[in-house]
Design a protein around this ligand. Structure first.
Ligand code: FAD
Length: 587
């Protein structure tokens, strides 16, 4: 094994988390920062050749190569896990920019009470109504503490939207249920496509509070506080699973990379696959010495460093800690240990499909264009007679109806599923179909967790990460409730036929839901029930930080990335302003 000269900071992973930490530390200090990214390099110009739906969205050009790395999954500790050999319910990225290159760019904030979920839910509903086997936690920080960092994240990506709660003042037309914002969005909302505008009017007529989706895609030309300029969206509809051709959608390569490339003290090493965090063996108070990785030639390399930041997303962060023997793995039988616990996903579910007798101009769209209601989110509505806690958002998004993904659906009233009758109906319904989607909170349970698989190995012979994960009745009942409300909304929009999706049932790894997977190295205010402190510093190893959604004790209904950026900004401030001056545990 080759040993390289020591560097000040090693960052594992070159996505939103890794490149944000690199930019913050590298631009505010003279430290030598190295980013190790297992995938290849990327830049906006790579996407300029136009969009090929088959290549990018069906064959998943930008995703992690499952023949090199995957996970195993089972529904309970009693069953045997099988490896996911095909893309399914989540689509991890690889290469500079990570999944932030091919994301949609929907950037809501989390509801304030999510950060104190356990204590607030217990206080309001009492122990008897807490779901069986739940593992709800408080985060150790509040929304108010995180708010300035949310604002910085909004400015970084240039969020387009409309505030619904500005310094405590509710504003009609924005999300009136959101936490108080200290500033309006940096940019006005994206244009509202026709289908979404029908939802807006229907929601209003039913007494809801519709608002435009918060978007990391620009509604107008914008220069962020780092001096990075991007242009406005043209609504081509090739966002999710694609890099943006014109750079309107914020991506790590068009937002962070331009700053990083100007800094001589940061380098990105592509093709560097980290296998272990190397540390002193003391289990109580250790010290990381660097990381071991394999480069693109297959050579094993030790990169010594004074400070190590794991920014390789939920699953890889957890796997690297488990493989490196850092922290105590969670044991569901005893409830002891923290590493790998609180695995959550998100209920991102089609809800209902609605068919109309008029064209909807669905070709126009953007990954984050649409209308949302939060009237049934979190705890903002009355749960006293409902058989579940918490909730989610209903929305009519207009992603842009790409032909392969969206052609062929017809209502039940069309009896044929092939031949000329079906073909005629499929052609006309192509632009007359829409979905009312539901994004619901996924609570953490003692039975949902990550550990190392005993059977299946990765390309290096290391155990694969194993997910033990299933929905519980709280999620199933919440989805059923959302479906009823979604059907009412679709009818109020003028849909002539409304088809509910099948019930949520058991966790289905074959259907795409979202790449919003959380937990494994959760944050908290005590090492007894968390892996990192609220600055994302490992409780036992002060020179190790674990950044990303792995730190979320539970998921919101909302998409996670703005919160990932906010907690990363807070960690970066703590590292630059305090840790580097006095390397010690951060109180
Ligand atoms: C199709 C899709 C749509 C999405 N839409 C939205 C949305 O609308 N809103 C939202 O909030 N979020 C969305 N997301 C989620 C969002 O992309 C992620 O939350 C975000 O990218 C997480 O950033 P990250 O840097 O923490 O992780 P990643 O983006 O996953 O980056 C991690 C990086 O680490 C690298 N890595 C992993 N393991 C190793 C290793 N062992 N050694 C070296 N490198 C390693 C990976 O190659 C990767 O580049 C979407 C995701 C997908 C896939």
């Amino acid at each position: 094994m080759k040993t390289l000269p020591s560097v000040d900071v090693v960052i594992v992973g070159g996505g939103w988390s890794g490149l944000l930490m690199a930019k913050e530390i590298g631009s505010r200090t003279a430290l030598n920062v190295v980013v190790l990214e297992r995938g290849g390099p990327r830049r906006t110009a790579d996407y300029a050749g136009g969009m090929d739906e088959l290549d990018y969205a069906v064959r998943m050009r930008m995703m992690q190569d499952l023949s090199q790395e995957t996970v195993t999954l089972r529904h309970s500790a009693k069953s045997r896990a099988a490896p996911l050999r095909q893309y399914g319910s989540f689509l991890p990225g690889s290469g500079t920019g990570g999944a932030g290159e091919h994301w949609n760019g929907v950037v809501p904030r989390f509801q304030p009470d999510l950060f104190e979920l356990r204590s607030q839910t217990l206080a309001k509903y009492g122990a008897d109504r807490m779901p069986h086997d739940h593992a709800m936690r408080d985060w150790g920080i509040t929304y108010a503490e995180l708010e300035p960092y949310y604002t910085r994240a909004d400015l970084l990506v240039g969020s387009s939207g409309k505030a619904g709660n500005l310094r405590g003042q509710q504003i009609d037309g924005g999300n009136v249920f959101e936490g108080s914002r200290s500033a309006e969005y940096p940019n006005p909302p994206l244009k509202i496509p026709y289908f979404s505008s029908l939802f807006h009017d229907a929601a209003k007529s039913l007494g809801y509070h519709p608002y435009p989706s918060p978007a990391a895609t620009l509604s107008r030309a914008y220069v962020n506080p780092d001096g990075v300029a991007r242009g406005a969206c043209s609504f081509c509809g090739y966002c999710e699973r694609f890099g943006c051709m014109i750079g309107a959608k914020a991506q790590p390569t068009n937002t962070l990379l331009p700053v990083i490339q100007k800094l001589k003290n940061i380098s990105i090493r592509n093709g560097a696959w980290v296998r272990r965090v190397v540390h002193d063996s003391s289990p109580k108070e250790g010290k990381v010495r660097g990381v071991r990785y394999v480069d693109s030639t297959g050579e094993e390399i030790f990169q010594p460093a004074d400070l190590v930041l794991l920014c390789s997303w939920t699953m890889s962060n957890t796997k690297l800690l488990l493989l490196s023997g850092i922290g105590r793995p969670y044991d569901p039988a005893t409830g002891k240990g923290t590493l790998g616990s609180n695995l959550t996903h998100q209920i991102l579910w089609p809800g209902v499909t609605a068919f109309f007798e008029k064209p909807l101009n669905r070709f126009m769209g953007s990954g984050s264009a649409g209308i949302i209601i939060s009237d049934l989110d979190a705890d903002v509505f009355d749960h006293s007679t409902l058989p579940f806690l918490r909730g989610g958002t209903l929305s009519a998004m207009s992603f842009g109806h790409r032909p392969i993904a969206n052609f062929g659906g017809v209502p039940h009233s069309v009896k044929s599923r092939w031949g000329s009758e079906w073909k005629k109906a499929a052609i006309s319904y192509y632009d007359q179909t829409g979905r009312i989607g539901f994004a619901g909170e996924h609570l953490p349970y003692k039975t949902n967790y990550m550990d190392l698989d005993a059977t299946y190995k990765d390309r290096f012979g290391d155990p694969l990460l194993r997910l033990t994960l299933d929905w519980q009745d709280n999620e199933r009942r919440m989805a059923e409730f959302a479906q009823e409300k979604g059907s009412e909304l679709a009818r109020a929009m003028g849909a002539t036929e409304v088809h509910p999706s099948p019930p949520l049932g058991t966790y289905d790894a074959t259907q795409y839901q979202s790449t919003h997977v959380q937990g494994g190295a959760i944050m908290g205010s005590s090492p007894e029930d968390s892996v990192v402190n609220t600055y994302l510093q490992h409780w036992q190893i002060p020179n190790l930080f674990v950044v990303g959604a792995s730190s979320f004790p539970q998921n919101a209904s909302a998409n996670p990335t703005l919160t990932v950026l906010a907690v990363a900004y807070r960690a970066a401030d703590a590292i630059v302003d305090r840790y580097l001056k006095s390397p010690a545990p951060l109180a």
